[in-house]
Write a protein that binds this ligand. Structure first.
Ligand SMILES: [Mg+2]
Length: 241
């Protein structure tokens, strides 16, 4: 992969800028509280939610499986419990150590576009709780572009970002934690990727054929690696020249 100048950076959210587990723990708490209010054993349910989610928190059906585990037929309870999950909106979340100042530094140098999967209301609430909104030129939630079917590694959000930036893929780098989503998605449109080894999937090895351009131990370190390549577009100079 080339070391061509970087004129904009795309950044993933969950487990890249902040530990998704922090949000998830609060969300399971909200589901547990709602279960108590519905006359179920919220504490037991919470234990199973955590256990099932540990097998992969983006698999879906976690609430259903946890209800079955406490001996309850899921159907009557799922809508209320999913709504408690989706409505979880903590006032504050903490970015990874050094991530905020690294994003400030990056944003002062090149345009930054957040590219994330998930329920758009939840993802936007996380950004607000992290206080990162002012450091992002655009926020793209893939689900807004075509539902779950266009989640990463689908190219839709990457292509939309390139269109918004008016830049070719070779001038943009994506930073994210997951090989199957972030590295594969970036490569799919011809973009370089810096993989950050943080969060739930951080320890998974790079699959053959999905080697990132660079690897970093944290988002802060990823920005340190990127800064020497970052080139700000001069005003009035078309990005493609
Ligand atoms: Mg992620």
């Amino acid at each position: 992969m080339t070391d061509a100048p970087v004129r904009a950076v795309l950044v993933d959210l969950d487990d890249t800028l902040f530990p998704q587990a922090e949000w998830l723990a609060g969300a399971w708490g909200a589901v547990s509280d709602r279960a108590d209010a519905l006359g179920l054993d919220g504490a037991a349910l919470r234990g199973h939610l955590v256990r099932v989610a540990a097998q992969g928190s983006d698999r879906g059906g976690i609430i259903d499986q946890a209800l079955v585990a406490i001996g309850v037929h899921p159907e009557p309870y799922v809508p209320a419990l999913v709504s408690a999950f989706s409505g979880h909106a903590p006032e504050q979340l903490a970015p990874y150590a050094g991530a905020f100042s690294a994003l400030e530094r990056l944003h002062a140098s090149v345009p930054v576009v957040l590219v994330t999967d998930g329920n758009p209301a939840i993802q936007r609430a996380k950004i607000a709780a992290l206080g990162l909104g002012g450091l992002l030129d655009h926020v793209l939630v893939s689900d807004d572009l075509g539902g779950r079917a266009v989640r990463k590694p689908h190219p839709a959000a990457f292509r939309r970002a390139l269109a918004l930036l008016d830049l070719p893929a070779g001038a943009v780098v994506h930073v994210g934690d997951r090989s199957a989503k972030d590295v594969a998605g970036a490569h799919g449109v011809g973009m370089r990727c810096v993989r950050v080894r943080t969060g739930e999937y951080g320890a998974l090895p790079d699959p053959a054929g999905l080697l990132p351009w660079k690897t970093a131990g944290s988002f802060r370190e990823a920005v340190e690696l990127l800064m020497p390549f970052c080139v700000r577009e001069q005003q009035g100079v078309p990005a493609r020249l």
